[in-house]
Design a binder for this molecule. Structure first.
Ligand SMILES: [Fe+2]
Length: 298
């Protein structure tokens, strides 16, 4: 059952990145099991993970960082209501027909979060079920559908401002928090927000000096063998595994983390729990993981 909130964004639909090396990403995307899609009219390299025409766009850009996130708003009426909600909050948001055409959606509006991250709201994405998703790996598919493509962790300079934007302005709801003691006396707050049954579509972390705009993107696969086979692929390729296999404390995701060619990470996991609708009780955790997720460095 989907618990979509009134006048709120519905799902994380697509992501754009600026990458310094498309060649390095070609190999990395194949290891992740992404399917090549038709190039974007803007020249971006695009990838599929399901029946959507694309979910990831890679643009030539030496910053090697996150560029934009698209959130689905279901229908024209829902989209209008979300845009109104954002305007009513005093946030500048602009409808952009040319960008909608580039992204392959019916209508689109763009605003920025408190850190200047580009947030795009849209409805009517292009779907291509007539060209079934086929991974280059022995993988049946990714867990997407109403839960969207996965989740991202954004690094923010102001946790309170960022949390207020994604909740009060975009309408997302608090799932829980992790107050993680990285070193004695140094507590890092992680705030997890949902906009559908996926435990979180976005989480907010304090920015670290020299860090990327996002810490990681999470992709969910159907089962533990899909996770294990991916670990084997990355180890064989010599890719840096940034966190070992582990079980997260809050969303119970069984996952590992790998370094992408752009420096930020991908979390690759299975078995994430759904948030329980209106009866969901917000919790606070002290640990990121029940077990595992060991890192050589934070
Ligand atoms: Fe994650």
């Amino acid at each position: 059952m989907i618990h979509q909130h009134d006048n709120a964004v519905g799902a994380l639909g697509y992501l754009g990145f600026g990458v310094a090396s498309q060649a390095a990403w070609t190999d990395h995307a194949a290891l992740l099991g992404l399917m090549s899609a038709a190039a974007g009219p803007d020249g971006s390299t695009r990838y599929r993970i399901d029946e959507h025409a694309w979910r990831f766009a890679l643009h030539d850009d030496p910053t090697d960082d996150f560029l934009y996130a698209g959130f689905e708003c279901g229908s024209a009426e829902h989209f209008d209501a979300v845009v109104r909600r954002i305007q009513d909050a005093g946030i500048t948001i602009e409808r952009d027909a040319a960008l909608a055409a580039t992204r392959g959606v019916m209508e689109l509006a763009r605003c920025v979060d408190p850190d200047g991250l580009a947030i795009e709201l849209y409805y009517g994405p292009r779907l291509v079920p007539e060209v079934p998703f086929r991974s280059p790996q022995p993988l049946t598919g990714f867990v997407t559908g109403d839960q969207g493509l996965g989740h991202i962790i954004v690094n923010t300079s102001d946790v309170a401002a960022s949390t207020a934007f994604y909740t009060s302005v975009l309408g997302m709801r608090l799932s829980d928090r992790i107050l993680f003691e990285a070193a004695p006396g140094i507590v890092i707050p992680l705030t997890f927000l949902h906009c559908n049954d996926r435990h979180h579509s976005i989480a907010i972390a304090p920015a670290m000096p020299g860090g990327k705009r996002i810490h990681h993107v999470m992709l969910e696969v159907p089962g533990i063998d899909d996770v294990g086979l991916a670990i084997d692929r990355f180890m064989k390729a010599g890719t840096e595994i940034t966190a070992t296999l582990g079980r997260h404390s809050n969303d119970r995701m069984l996952s590992f983390y790998v370094r992408t060619p752009s420096g930020f990470e991908v979390e690759y996991g299975c078995e994430g729990i759904a948030v329980g609708g209106p009866d969901w009780s917000v919790g606070t955790h002290a640990a990121i993981s029940v077990w595992g997720h060991h890192r050589a460095r934070i």
